[in-house]
Design a protein around this ligand. Structure first.
Ligand code: TXE
Length: 459
């Protein structure tokens, strides 16, 4: 049994009140999690650490990020084991996606910091230069689907720019954040630079967002929670970055190369059991290749291995959408029920015959469920792709028209003939109900700093 503790001011702190961390694989209790409701101590520690941390040079902080990357990499199998234990995802996904990309996040921002150019604007008689000051104490709140990957995506640039941190992993998946805390403490990261608090979102998460001395909130999670976070933070004029839900479309045009499209769209459908905000849960296929695509897709699906979804509650939600799809007149082409074994398992499910405006096809399910729709023209495909409240990502599969169609999709990111191909320098984020702001490369640097202009009159 693992005992998760909070990390406050360099000390691991246990609380009297704890709750169970349940494995989605078999519903066994794998850890005890402190039920934190108060973040005042963590904020005091983070404030105390701020002058020292922000007083280091950018290059010194880059060295710290490299040290963390190296230490995580040295323990990469353990990171993957813990992530797989906590989320139920297959070990190879935990290793190749979560653990590897967590290491990459630290290493990327270390190198990015070393190459960060200063910004200067010359006038005839004066020079302006931009100072990037830390925001201060920042609150980082992350979800359960890619626990350390998404948290490190926030921690690395926040540290780089000289901020000190109150981080809160999801109450469903605290193990790798706890491990990262141990790694950083062992490395001697100064006390209070990284504080990690655990507990329920409406309690400790809300306390972070409400705390007046936490000056920026970077949040990844559900759209409904995002609304609460935004409403709470706005009156205090906190900087806010919200990465929220998605209902992304995969558009398969008439000239798609099915040899790459079928495995690519399948991966976009079901990687991480469909629990990635970028997953392509609506598949739009041109009528001329519809039958061919579906038969190949369903055939390859038979060999696609997935883990359970995150919890029994989440499975209930996902199953309710499969029921809704049936009520809305959908036809289940594959899956649709739960395998007969313990744990939060659901078969990968493919549903056809629904309107692209149905609830099943427009609401975020966040599980191994996709809907397939047929279109006759590219204009119709674009109209269907843009017909939800979300606008996070999308993919277009075509030999000749990918770029043209990609530019017409109302979302923050579009891939052409690929999916989840990530360059960490590019802007990451959504439009409409998928969020506010961008992270990645210079966008993260901008979010986690205050740009101050200094204008100097020349003699
Ligand atoms: O996320 P929550 P949930 C979607 C997906 C899923 C739905 C709900 O559709 O079914 O959201 O999932 C913390 N103040 N996504 O309920 O609640 C919470 O503790 C501050 C999409 O698990 O949004 C956790 O750390 N924080 C998504 C984090 O917010 C609060 C990933 C996310 O949890 C809070 C996950 C509050 N009032 C779910 N309430 C994506 N975009 O990747 C909760 N939290």
């Amino acid at each position: 049994m693992i005992h998760v503790e909070n990390l406050v001011g360099g000390e691991f702190v246990e609380l009297e009140e704890n709750f169970d961390n349940i494995s989605p694989l078999d519903f066994s209790v794998i850890a005890k999690i402190p039920r934190t409701r108060y973040v005042g101590d963590a904020v005091i520690s983070a404030k105390k650490a701020l002058p020292g941390w922000s007083g280091l040079s950018l290059l010194e902080r880059c060295d710290w990020l490299d040290k963390i990357a190296n230490a995580l990499e040295a323990n990469i199998d353990e990171v993957a084991r813990l992530e797989s234990l906590d989320t139920g995802k297959p070990l190879d996904v935990a290793l190749n996606v979560d653990a590897t990309r967590s290491v990459n996040n630290f290493r990327f921002f270390a190198n990015f910091g070393r190459n960060l150019e200063s910004q200067e604007f010359e006038m005839d008689d004066a020079i302006n230069y931009v100072l990037r000051k830390p925001v201060g104490v920042v609150g980082l709140i992350s979800p359960w689907n890619l626990p350390l990957y998404l948290l490190s995506w926030k921690i690395a640039p926040a540290l780089l720019m000289g901020n000190t941190i109150i981080a809160k992993p999801s109450e469903l998946t605290p193990l790798t954040a706890h491990f990262l805390g141990k790694v950083c403490t062992k490395l001697g990261l100064p006390d209070g630079v990284l504080n990690i608090v655990n507990g329920y979102g409406p309690e400790v998460g809300q306390a972070i967002v409400e705390h007046p001395e936490i000056r920026a909130i970077s949040f990844t999670g559900g759209t409904e929670t995002g609304k609460i976070v935004a409403a709470t933070a706005a009156p205090m004029f906190k900087k806010l970055s919200l990465e929220l839900g998605g209902k992304n479309a995969s558009l398969i045009l008439s000239d798609a190369d099915l040899d790459i499209t079928v495995p690519g769209v399948l991966r976009a459908s079901f990687l991480n059991s469909g629990q990635i905000c970028l997953c392509g849960s609506r598949i739009l296929v041109h009528s001329s290749i519809y039958d061919d695509f579906i038969s190949r897709y369903l055939e390859e699906l038979k060999t696609f291995k997935i883990g359970p979804v995150i919890s029994d509650d989440h499975r209930t939600k996902v199953l309710s959408y499969i029921q809704l799809a049936i009520e809305e007149g959908g036809e289940i082409l594959a899956g649709g029920s739960c395998p007969d074994k313990l744990g939060a398992w659901i078969e990968p499910t493919v549903i056809a015959g629904l309107s692209h405006k149905s609830r099943t096809a427009t609401e975020e399910i966040f599980g191994p469920v996709v809907t397939i729709h047929e279109f006759d023209s590219d204009e119709q495909a674009v109209e269907m792709a843009n017909s939800t409240q979300y606008g996070l990502a999308g993919s277009v599969w075509s030999k000749s028209k990918g770029r043209e169609i990609a530019e017409k999709i109302d979302s923050g990111m579009v891939w052409v003939n690929t999916w989840l191909h990530r360059d960490l320098r590019v802007p990451f984020g959504g439009v409409k109900d998928s969020g506010v702001g961008r992270e990645g490369g210079l966008w993260s640097v901008g979010f986690f700093s205050e740009a101050v202009n200094i204008c100097i009159m020349e003699d």
